[in-house]
Design a protein around this ligand. Structure first.
Ligand SMILES: Nc1ncnc2c1ncn2[C@@H]1O[C@H](COP(=O)(O)OP(=O)(O)OP(=O)(O)O)[C@@H](O)[C@H]1O
Ligand SMILES: [Mg+2]
Length: 502
């Protein structure tokens, strides 16, 4: 079962939510800040407007000499305007409150902040925070104008200072409400996107993936008859088609392998029983042959040297020896002996094999160029068996060049990675000695090439077709391999690989 947190769907969801979160947060934040600023500006403007109106009313009352009514006017104003939290007039020299909407404050000293603003003559509105709430405040001087001179001495520049505070509670409430609206929108958006991803992901990604993995599992367990539905036009449809093609290819490859395997099994069982029959017959022939050979030799001994029958007897002996050789070959093919490995020098084994062939090669005008140098290290082989292999290779080459030619025999060290894939697959060791037999003979046709290592495959009237199959068997028993390259009319190269064991 796949961990949901590691799924692509989950990671996509997280990434998208993160992107949505960042983008909407920035938008919401800037919107909230904007609204906040606008509402505060509006409240400040209100503070300016109200303070100006109150100042006008105060001045009017004073000019009409009804300044005693001031306290009532301010109290009434604050009652009719709930946002107006504090309206007071303080003395420009002492800083004490002369008139206030809260009567209990009269005689108290004005706030330090408000006093400082008056001193600096800053008449624009500003925001203060008190007891956790915000207020727009404005401090405004009531100047001694010429009409006032009838009651106040002209030296007095300022008659009093008006201090107005407007609560921002309503604005703050609106800010809260708009923030709440934005955040709710954000959360709802989050939920909707998550749902879209979960449901969409399930239908668009998970379900097709599950179908693919189910089919894969069945294919893995050996059922090659299953196929994925190819009804989609998206990437999954493409994947399904590719996957089905792959199963098709697998199915036909499997059928081909099964067919080859069957063929091989049939051949192996045929060869096994053939081997049994061959070795049985060979055994039966061997003893009578030995008997015939003995009898003829006795016969031969009785004949005088110039007896005309002697040549016939010798020919019979020749043919009997040939029969004996064939029987031995058959026996070694059917029941090969395990190799007796001893450290051996390749060039010595080759020299022994060449000794038997030189006379025939010379008679056919064939030059044998032995390039194996004595520096090639000793390797562990059965010298008799390898000699038989070399002999088979050389005799084949000689037979392939009835009108003369050249046979080059060479050896070199090879690492596994230098070998061709075909031969590499048959071998296990890392280091090899490759012995090459290169002739300029008639070559092998591409049709014959796959069969030359088969027992009894021969193109020669006197051949048994066992040479290469016995050679290959011996080489394989040594953990080695054999490869061939041949071109009709040009010649062949047989390469024998023997492992170098440490
Ligand atoms: N060097 C070569 N050049 C051309 N053809 C070759 C060569 N070596 C083998 N062949 C072909 O492969 C066949 C099989 O060879 P193999 O040695 O198994 O049997 P053979 O030589 O016919 O008989 P024998 O059992 O006497 O060796 C040969 O008949 C020949 O057609
Ligand atoms: Mg041969």
């Amino acid at each position: 079962m796949m961990n949901i947190f590691k799924s692509v769907r989950f990671r996509l969801l997280i990434l998208s939510l993160l992107a949505v979160f960042v983008i909407t947060s920035v938008i919401v934040m800037s919107d909230v800040i904007d609204t906040n600023e606008r509402l505060i500006e509006a409240q400040k403007e209100k503070a300016v407007l109200l303070s100006d109106t109150i100042k006008q009313s105060i001045m009017l009352l004073m000019l009409e000499n009804r300044w005693k009514k001031l306290q009532t006017l301010i109290e009434d104003l604050s009652k009719s305007n709930p946002e107006l939290k504090e309206v007071r007039i303080f003395h420009p020299i002492s800083g004490r409150i002369i008139i206030s909407n809260k009567i209990e404050d009269v005689g108290e000293r004005i706030y330090e902040k408000d006093w400082n603003r008056f001193v600096k003559q800053e008449e624009f509105p500003f925001i203060i925070k008190k007891y956790g709430s915000m207020f727009a405040t404005r401090v405004l001087s009531i100047k001694n104008m010429p009409p006032c001179h009838k009651c106040h001495s002209p030296e007095q520049k300022t008659l009093g200072v008006l201090d107005v505070e407007i609560s921002l509670a309503v604005a703050q409430e609106s800010i809260k409400a708009s923030t709440y609206k934005h955040v709710t929108g954000l959360v709802v958006g989050f939920v909707i996107i998550s749902l879209i991803f979960l449901i969409g992901g399930e239908r668009l990604i998970n379900a097709p993936l599950r179908e693919l993995t189910d089919v894969m599992k069945r294919v893995e367990s050996g059922d090659l008859s299953v196929r994925v539905k190819e009804n989609k036009k998206d990437e999954f449809g493409y994947l399904s088609r590719a996957f089905n093609h792959m199963i098709d290819a697998l199915e036909s490859a499997k059928k081909e392998i099964e067919r080859c395997h069957m063929e091989q099994m049939e051949r192996a069982s045929k060869l096994a029983s053939l081997g049994e029959i061959i070795s049985g017959i060979a055994h039966e022939i061997k003893n009578p042959l030995a008997g015939i050979s003995c009898a003829i030799q006795v016969f031969n001994a009785e004949l005088s040297d110039n007896d005309s029958k002697k040549s016939v007897i010798l020919e019979i002996l020749n043919q009997v020896n040939r029969l004996d050789r064939i029987v031995k070959d058959l026996l070694s093919y059917a029941k090969p002996k395990p190799p007796m490995l001893v450290p051996s020098k390749l060039h010595e084994i080759l020299d022994k094999a060449l000794f038997f062939v030189y006379p025939e090669a010379k008679g056919r005008n064939i030059v044998i160029d032995n390039r194996i140098d004595s520096e090639i290290p000793e390797i562990l082989v059965d010298p008799d068996q390898i000699q038989q292999v070399f002999l088979n290779m050389i005799i084949n080459a000689v037979h392939a060049m009835p009108n003369g030619g050249m046979l080059i025999i060479s050896a070199s060290k090879k690492d596994r990675q230098e070998l061709q894939d075909v031969i590499k697959r048959q071998l296990q060791d890392e280091k090899f000695i490759a012995i090459e037999f290169q002739d300029t003979g008639k070559g092998i046709s591409p049709e014959d090439l796959p069969y030359i290592f088969e027992p009894f495959f021969t193109k020669k009237t006197k051949g048994t077709g066992l040479g290469l199959s016995i050679s290959r068997k011996i080489i394989m028993e040594h953990g080695g391999g054999i490869s061939v390259k041949s071109e009709l009319g040009k010649g062949s190269i047989f390469t024998v690989y023997l492992p170098m064991k440490d």
